[in-house]
Structure formats: structure tokens, C-alpha cells
Design a binder for this molecule. Sequence first.
Ligand code: AMP
Ligand code: MG
Length: 410
Amino acid sequence: MNDSATLLPEEDARSQILALCAPLPTEWLLLDDALGCVLAEDVMAQRTLPPWDNSAMDGYAVRSADLAGPLPVRLNVGETIYAGAVGHQALVSGVCARIMTGAPLPAGADAVVMRERTRPVVQSGADQVDVLEAVAPGQFVRPRGEDAREGQLLLARCTPLGIPELGLLWAQGRQAVPVSRAPRVAILSTGDELCHADEPPNGRIVDTNAPSLALAVRRAGGIPTRLGIARDTRDAVLAALSRLDGFDVVLTSAGVSVGERDYVKEVLAELGVEQHFWRVAIKPGKPLVVGRRGATLFFGLPGNPTSSLVTFELFVRPALRKLLGHAQVGPGRVAGRLEGKLSKPSGLAHFVRVTAAWREGSLWARPLATQTSGALRSAAAATHLLHFPREASSLTAGDAVELLPLSWVA
Ligand code: AMP
Ligand code: MG
């Protein structure tokens, strides 16, 4: 059996990870803070909205039966109803009301004629209008209760809260909603070669993984906390990973390969973290540790900056979304076509950094020149990851390919 045959396929790794995750307990959030969260309970409507039949156009509220005869039909304008006001006259035959968008329909009206389909009658002295077309009952009327009906289900449990969903909740006069709470994520960098951005390097490199992963966590809806940098000693890694109370997820970067000073796996084992696997059949990102202790999930991500970002997209982000209560955890996939050609040995699935642009009916994916995982430049400018399947060894120009949209793009 060759080496790659013992590695876990990417999809299996993700399903094993997702099997370790369940939505976190409910908390109440102000609506302003709930974008991207997922409802933990059904929400019932407290108000019927709109509260009355109202006009969808600026125009004239009419009795549609009045317009059955030969056109144009001359009608008397009884009153003007502005948005925010209420009509005072029930329409009788031959009378209409001038009405603005959003204003309640007066009693007796069953349709609205848009202003552009009418002609003002200037010479008569009386307020009159010529209506140029007949209308069906209900035309341009937004019916009472179209958005919500008091006492009925407004939004079901498990609904992700996008901007319109929050709008529906605001319209109800609600201030807060029950959602699955956001995961708290600890982030630890490991490596003797690392320093913080505000330190003189003195032969070291700046730890870019921790701030990058913190941003990725925040974008995914989690709450990041940075634990700093642990030196490459067993004791330093152990000390850093011993204070993890209150975190739902722990991300470490580097120190998970087979280097002599790669202590992460050893320390996790010592802390009683049950490890599920440690290598996945992908490039970049092969060395990956996943484990759980109690309710806390551990990810030992690879140290190479691009590998840590790619493994975040493939594994960590879906896990965070599951904890947040999402049913669609991703990674998302869209159909694209390859511009240029690609080849590789079979055995590992490659996730090729590409820029994709819509042209002539397809999303064309152009691989970036640099695909190393050590260089961040190879991730900059990428919009998608192209999935080059494990068994495949070549792709040619125009081939249909699967593209994973990246959450790290600007
Ligand atoms: P390792 O997994 O420890 O062998 O690290 C792999 C590569 O990633 C090495 O070149 C490290 O210098 C680099 N690396 C590790 N951690 C970080 C980090 N936090 N920020 C930037 N580069 C890192
Ligand atoms: Mg290292």
C-alpha cells in the first residue's frame, strides 16, 4: 500500500468533523448583532403586516367595475390619500381616490390604476381624472397580511438570518431573537521562528497565521481569541493548551507534521484529546489533526500560511457553521471551466488557487502562477479553489471543473 492510500479522503474528513459538531445552546441577540446567525426557535408573528390593503403604486384607487365601459373613463377624485394617512371617504360608483404608494386603500376600492395610465382633466374645475385602461380586481393592491399574519409562523427554527429575515423581525417590533450562540474559538501559533508584528524580527518571521485565522473565524461567524505564540517545546505547547476553558473550538497552526519539534499531536494526546485522524489526501494541507475533548473541538492546522487558510475553508469553516446551526455548511461549489491545463500525480486531491471570471456563459478558472503553500502570495488574488480530483492526473482546457468560492476574498 502506498503512502497516499492510507490518507483520509477530503469528504470523509469533513463528514467525520461534522459528526463531532452540533449547534451550540441558544442565546438571545439584539437584531443588530444577529446577521448570519441561525434561529434556534420558531418565531411567530405578533403583528399582521401589512396591516391593511395598500397601494403598490402612485396612482388612483378605484372600483374596478367602474372601468368596465368604453375607455377612457372619467372619474371624480374624492380625496388624496398619502402614505401614513387614512382615507375618509368610501368610494361610490364614479369616484376614485388619488393614492400614494403604501397608503391604505379606501373602503370600496378594489384596485389601483398607476398614474401613468391616467390623464388629468384640466379644464373642468372639479378634480377629475381620465383613466386610460381597465384593471382587474386586486391590481397593484398589496394585500393585508402578505408579509405576516398575527399568531402564525413568521420564520421557522433553523432559518439563517440574512438581511431580509432581520427586516421581517424588525417590522414586527422585535428587538432580539433566539439563535444558536456563536462559537468561541481560541487560536494558537506554534514555532520558534515566529514573532509578533510589532517586535523586531531578529531572524524571525511574523506570525501571520494567527491574525489571518482570527479574521477567517470572525467572517465565519465565530468569536476569535488569540492565545499568542508557543515556542517549539513540549512544555510551552502544553502550557498554552492547558487554559482552554470556555472555548468551543481550538485552532493551532504548525507543529503537526513529522518534524522533530512537532509537539502538537503529542500534547493533545497528553491533554486527553481524542484524536480522529491526522492526515488528509489533499494538497495543500495534508497534515491536519482533528480531535475532541468534552465539548471542545481541536484542529491542528498546518503551519504553511496558505495551507492553514485552505484547511480552514475545507474543514474549520464548515464546522463553525454547523455549530452556528446552519444546515448548509459548505464549502459551496459552483460549476466552472478550466482555462489552460493542469497535471499532477494521482493520490492527492489538489485544491488549486484560481481567479475565476464570468465570460461567454461560463465561469472560467485561471490557475494562479504560484501554487506553493509556503507563500501567502499564492493565495492572494485567488477567488476560488479548483478541485482537481484525487484520481485524476490531467485536466485540459475547457474541462468542466468544480470551483469552491473562497470566504477570504475582499
Ligand atoms: P511547520 O508545520 O511547523 O513545519 O511549519 C511549516 C511552515 O509554516 C514553516 O515554514 C513555518 O515557518 C511556517 N509557519 C508556521 N507557523 C506560521 C505562522 N504562524 N505564521 C506564518 N508562517 C508560519
Ligand atoms: Mg514548526
